[in-house]
Every structure is written in structure tokens, then in C-alpha cells.
Design a protein around this ligand. Structure first.
Ligand code: 6R9
Length: 664
């Protein structure tokens, strides 16, 4: 989450006492399809049940898992905010994700339909997955990995990524997955912070039609002085040449092939660390978010069952996230596999070899549930309606969104062009820190509203507060907070309890501060307004970047927009918008820029009119698709660029800077 600067806690200067202006009015409503509602996994009753007995509700959800020792305690909150969930229970996470489905007679069910970018494919059943995870667990044990150790994973989107994570879980070691696009520096920092013993990587992976090397970055990272890494385990994916350090480097296939496919899963404490995942703050070193086993898996499994209405016998689920993002952890590896789902895993980019690749995959596997990000949806909008129209998407029944607020127009496009105007859209708000979904519609229950995540899930308590920590009334705006502990909450920042307290628990006494701006509409539904650090203060009014961006995207000439507040002598901050135009619109058309300003003025009010609108070809994004507004702020304020290491493609910034006219 590269936008996260909450640990600086400097936003008090930015968000003043004035609440976020409630600008956007969205009146469209969509009822759940009747057949889905009639057969839904979860009904409205779940909210009532959880409200009456929140801990009882979660204790019941924990029974979705198979425990070696059933927990008798639900929550230990005796030392807040350090939570323990199901603390006297014991389980093996990998057993829950794999073995138990085989034991239940579902060994022949496909767990993963892998689709490689070059077109190779591979179906892995639960029985096969059990063998592979067992061999990998034996292999890690042979390399000296033990319960409590850390293993770094730096892999492309191939089944071995999931197998590696589960193999770690199986032997009680914590994994730390590092995005396959990060630099040697980023790997070295994360490996050092977690003190990882082993790194699992590959020769390379396929991206945009070409093999892209991965191992050189690992070689560089682990050859630094004082590295904790004893072994590098290398998966052969592309067959490209690799440098080899004898004694340290080991081929995955050589090591795993000679292991037994039998491995007895040991039961570990519910609070045994499962993984560390780093979120990159803009300043300081990345935060290692620590998740543990029983509570995390309970909420990942429950939310995947409830929010996607998963029917494991018939659904084909596809989450397009990368495994290096928390979404890949909770909704590719843990949630779906704990639920015995059949899922698609795709290695590459959406436009390789053509812009219909996603829809071709949906058609090929008969995908019924699709989970993707607003950034992808806006890209598909830009490419045009005719592309998905060429494919049979009639298998789809539930559509999900995650990562950023989804603009109402992107939501409408998704529903109409991908969801045949019938599929419910679940806009799921959550964070690396929350571990699993927190705020989302339920597909068989909620009347949805384009652009709103709406309501905390059963068993979750979220609200919006003002500067003084008072809950805002319906119609008000402020900060999103979580008011009760939840099973998949982060337990701490790895090795830095104080930073955990400072970042999340010091802003509002006794409440978790998420760092997002939010408002409540007149029905009490929650609308996310972007990171608090991104909120603009224009002539004394707090204006959300999200709302101005959504207004711009609702203009037929705009495909994508990123809005920032730049220092301004008269108004404090002035709104600067970077826009990507749709196919036929002309970037040099002065009339269009005036038209866009007026469009924002009529949609949101004159206060929200951007002072400058700059058409650009690309926007800077993180690997999880979030727009990095702070870099655009640097550009808009003619400053030198800050840290660009978490960008997907740093050349984007050169492009934007060269295209910029001098500031007026
Ligand atoms: C899962 C994930 C977390 C931040 C979060 C918020 C933004 C995610 C959202 C959303 C509005 C949604 N975010 N989902 N904003 N609506 N449905 O993205 O985790 O990478 O840690 O980012 O992403 O700003 O605080 P992570």
C-alpha cells in the first residue's frame, strides 16, 4: 500500500475540523437477483445474529475450520490492542486448505486452473496439491526451516507461489511474500527485517509476452553483507540462464522430486505467526504486518464464503490479484482453499497477447465469480466495450472490486459490460492490516449503490468519526475507524510494537485508525473517500480526491483521473487533475479542458472545480493498482520526486514530467 503515510500522523494539518464535504449524490440502486437471494449462503439474519453476540458469532465461524484442539476461548483482549483470538485452539492451516478436502472425498476436484501467459495451462486437483505441498514442506525441512522461522517468497504468479505459502504454513514457518516486480533493494530490506533463512524464487516469469528474470534480483539481495539467507530455492519457469551459487542455490524440482509426498501436518497454536507482509510507507522503512493463524483463517474463509456466495461444488472463482498483494494472500491462497473452491490463477498481464485475454479466460473456464480492481476496470473501459462483447461471459454471477474506491461510472460499466446488467457487485473495503474484508455488500442481501462499500460485514464494527473522535451522524464525513477487534486483525508490526501503537491506535483512543477518509450517506451507508493524506483543503473545505476523480470519470471523454491538492497562495491548496482521455478525445483541445472543469462544477459544486487539468498518457501506480498521488503532488508542486521504488513502471513519471507545461 504505497499510499500509506499514516505513521507520520501529520494529517492533522491537512484534515482540519471541517469534515469532508459531502459532494457526490448517487441515487442509483440495484436489488440482488431474486434467485441469488433465495439461495444465498448468508442472509440478513447474520447481521442480527452477530449484533446480538459478536464473539459467539465468530466462535461459530471458527467451526468452519478443522481444529486439532477446539478453542474454548474466543477473544483475549486483556492487553489491548494486542489481540489473541481462539488462543487455546490448535490447528494446521495447510491441512485446512488442502488435506481435509481430500479426506472429505473431494481429492479429484480441481483446486487451481493455472493459465500461463504464453498459453500453457495446468489443472491441479486437491489430491495433487496435497502431494505438492507435502513434498515442499519436506523440502523446506531438509533445508533446515523450522517452526517459527521466516521464508521469503519472490515468485511470479505460478502455482508454486501458493504451494510455497502452504508449505511454510504446514511446518509452522511464516512466509514473507515480496512482489515479483520489486527491486533487489526492496528484497534485501524485507529479508533483513524478517531475518529470513530461505528465499524461494524462480529463474523468471512471463510478462507482456517475454520472459522476465527474477533470480538476479535475489542474487543481488542475498549477497549483501550480513544476509541471513542460507538457501535460495529456485523454481524453473522460463528456462532462462541463471547464475548459480553452489551450496546456497537449490533447484526446486530437484529437491522436491526426491521428497516423500507424505507429510504429517503438526498442529500449531492459533496465534502461531502465519505471514508477514510489508506495506510500503512513503517514509521510513516498510511496515511488516504480522498475521497469525486461527483468527486470520476464520475470517478469510468466512468472508470468502459470505461475500462471494461461494458454492464450492459448482463455482469457478477467479481473483486477478498478484500473490504479492494481501488480496492474493487472503483471496487466492487462504480463503478460497480453506473453502475448497475451484479457482483460476493467471500468470500474466490483461493485454497479452490481446486486450480480450481476461474475457477469453472467463469463457474458457466458465468463471462464475470474478474479483478484480478498479484500476483494471477503468483500463477495460478505456479499451472499449466491444472487447468483452466478443466473449461469452454468461457464466458470471458475482463481481467483486478491491483496492481503491470504485468510481460510480466504472461500477456501472463493470455491471453492464461484464455482469450482463444482472450480477451483483461487491465493493470490498479492507487493508493488509485488516487481513480480510471488513466493509462490503452481501450479494444476496444488499441493495447496492454504485461506488459505495456500504456496510460493515456481520461481526465487524466500523464507523466514521470527526476530529474529536465523535461518531458523525448520517450524512456526515470524517475518518473511518474500526471500533471492535476482529479475528484477522494484524497482531503487530513485526519487531516494532511501538510503531504499531503509534500508527493505528494513537489517533483515536481505543479505536483502530484506518487512514481512510469516509462519509455516511442518509441511510448510514459508508462511502470511502481515499487516503486521509490525499484529502485536499481548498479555501477551508476538505475535498476528497475520490469524489473529484469520479466526477471526471463520469465525463464521456475521460477514462481515468488522478487528483491532487497542490500548494496555492490564495486557496491554501488548489485542485490539480491528471486525466487519461478516452480514444477519440484530443489532449490539445482547450475547449475540452474547460468543458471538464465545468462538468466537475455542475456535478459536485464550484468549489471542486480543478484549477488545472493535465491530459497524460499514463498514471503512476503501485503493483496493486493504486494511484500514487504523492508523486503527482511532487510534479504539481514542481518538487523533486520522492521514492518511486514501489511503482510498477517508473518511466511513467518521466513521461508525465516531460509532457507538463510549466506551472502558471
Ligand atoms: C485490500 C487492499 C488498503 C487501502 C485502504 C483503502 C484502499 C482498498 C478499497 C479501498 C475504497 C475499497 N482500499 N479497498 N478504498 N474502497 N473497496 O487493498 O489492501 O493494499 O493494504 O490497501 O486501499 O485506502 O486503506 P492494501
Amino acid at each position: 500500500m504505497a499510499l500509506d503515510t499514516t505513521d507520520t500522523l501529520g494529517m492533522g494539518d491537512v484534515v482540519s475540523n471541517e469534515s469532508l464535504a459531502n459532494l457526490l449524490k448517487e441515487e442509483r440502486r440495484f436489488a440482488p437477483p431474486a434467485d441469488l437471494a433465495a439461495n444465498a449462503n448468508v442472509t440478513a439474519e447474520a447481521y442480527e445474529q452477530a449484533k446480538a453476540d459478536r464473539l459467539g458469532f465468530w466462535a461459530e465461524q471458527a467451526r468452519r475450520l478443522t481444529w486439532a484442539t477446539e478453542p474454548t476461548e474466543t477473544l483475549d483482549w486483556s492487553n489491548p490492542p494486542f489481540a489473541k483470538w481462539f488462543a487455546d485452539g490448535k490447528l494446521n492451516v495447510a491441512y485446512n486448505c488442502v488435506d481435509r478436502h481430500v479426506e472429505a472425498g473431494n481429492g479429484d476436484r480441481v483446486a487451481i486452473h493455472f493459465e500461463g501467459e504464453p498459453g500453457d495451462s495446468r489443472a491441479i486437483t486437491y489430491a495433487e496439491l496435497k502431494d505438492e505441498v507435502s513434498r515442499a514442506a519436506n523440502a523446506l525441512t531438509e533445508l533446515g526451516v523450522q517452526q517459527g522461522d521466516r521464508v521469503a517468497v519472490y515468485l511470479p504468479m505460478i502455482p508454486e507461489a501458493v504451494i510455497s505459502m502452504l508449505a511454510c504454513a504446514r511446518i509452522g514457518a511464516a512466509h514473507s511474500v515480496v512482489f515479483g516486480g520489486f527491486s533487489a533493494d526492496a528484497i534485501a530490506k524485507r529479508v533483513a527485517d524478517a531475518d529470513a533463512k530461505v528465499v524461494i524464487t524462480s529463474d523468471g516469469g512471463y510478462r507482456r509476452g517475454k520472459p522476465a528474470a527474477l533470480k538476479p534480483a535475489v542474487d543481488d539481495a542475498v549477497s549483501r553483507e550480513g544476509s541471513s539467507v542460507e538457501h535460495v530455492l529456485v523454481v524453473r519457469r522460463t528456462g532462462q540462464d541463471v547464475a548459480w551459487t553452489e551450496g546456497r542455490d537449490v533447484w526446486w524440482h530437484e529437491l522436491t522430486e526426491r521428497q516423500s509426498a507424505e507429510h504429517t501436518p503438526e498442529a500449531f497454536d492459533a496465534e502461531n505467526p502465519l505471514f508477514i507482509l510489508y506495506t510500503s510507507g512513503t517514509t521510513g522503512k516498510p511496515k511488516g504486518i504480522l498475521h497469525t493463524s486461527g483468527g486470520y483463517l476464520t475470517q478469510a474463509a468466512y468472508t470468502h464464503h459470505a461475500v462471494f456466495d461461494l458454492k464450492p461444488e459448482t463455482d469457478v472463482y477467479w481473483c486477478t490479484a498478484d500473490i504479492g498483494w494481501v488480496t492474493g494472500h487472503s483471496y487466492i491462497t487462504y480463503g478460497p482453499l480453506a473453502n475448497g473452491a475451484t479457482q483460476v490463477m493467471y500468470e500474466g498481464t490483461p493485454d497479452t497477447p490481446h486486450q480480450g485475454r481476461f474475457w477469453e479466460i472467463v469463457q474458457k473456464y466458465g468463471v462464475t465469480i470474478l474479483y478484480t480492481a478498479p484500476t483494471a476496470i477503468r483500463t477495460f473501459m478505456k479499451w472499449g466495450d466491444d472487447i468483452p462483447a466478443k466473449f461469452d461471459l454468461s457464466s458470471l454471477r458475482v463481481l467483486g472490486s478491491v483496492g481503491e474506491p470504485i468510481n460510480p461510472e466504472a461500477w456501472m460499466w463493470y455491471r453492464k459490460n461484464i455482469g450482463a446488467d444482472t450480477c451483483p457487485i461487491v465493493d470490498t473495503w479492507w487493508q493488509t492490516e485488516t487481513g480480510a474484508m471488513m466493509i462490503s455488500p452481501l450479494p444476496g442481501v444488499t441493495e447496492t449503490k454504485p461506488g459505495s462499500a456500504q456496510r460493515a460485514l456481520p461481526g465487524i464494527s466500523a464507523t466514521v468519526v470527526d476530529d474529536e473522535a465523535r461518531e458523525v451522524p448520517d450524512g456526515g464525513g470524517g475518518y473511518l475507524v474500526l471500533t471492535e477487534p476482529w479475528p484477522s486483525m494484524l497482531r503487530t508490526i513485526w519487531g516494532d510494537d511501538q510503531r504499531f501503537l503509534d500508527t493505528y491506535w494513537s489517533r483515536f483512543e481505543g479505536k483502530y485508525f484506518a487512514g481512510d477518509g469516509a462519509k455516511k450517506d442518509d441511510d448510514g451507508d459508508i462511502w470511502l473517500l481515499g487516503r486521509v493524506d490525499d484529502v485536499m483543503l481548498v479555501s477551508g473545505h476538505n475535498i476528497s480526491t475520490t469524489e473529484v476523480e469520479s466526477a471526471l470519470v463520469s465525463h464521456p471523454s475521460v477514462a481515468e483521473a488522478a487528483v491532487v491538492g497542490a500548494a496555492d497562495e490564495t486557496t491554501g491548496q488548489a485542485i490539480v487533475a491528471f486525466v487519461i482521455l478516452r480514444g477519440t478525445a484530443n489532449a490539445d483541445d482547450e475547449g475540452l479542458v474547460a468543458d471538464l472543469r465545468n462538468h466537475v462544477g455542475t456535478t459536485l459544486g464550484p468549489i471542486a472545480k480543478p484549477k488545472r487539468i493535465l491530459p497524460v498518457a499514463e498514471l503512476p501506480k503501485t503493483r496493486s493498482g493504486k494511484i500514487m498521488r504523492r508523486l503527482l503532488r511532487d510534479v504539481a508542486e514542481n518538487r523533486e520526486l520522492g521514492d518511486v521504488t514501489t511503482l510498477t513502471d517508473s518511466s511513467v513519471m518521466d513521461l508525465i514530467q516531460t509532457k507538463l507545461p510549466a506551472a502558471p
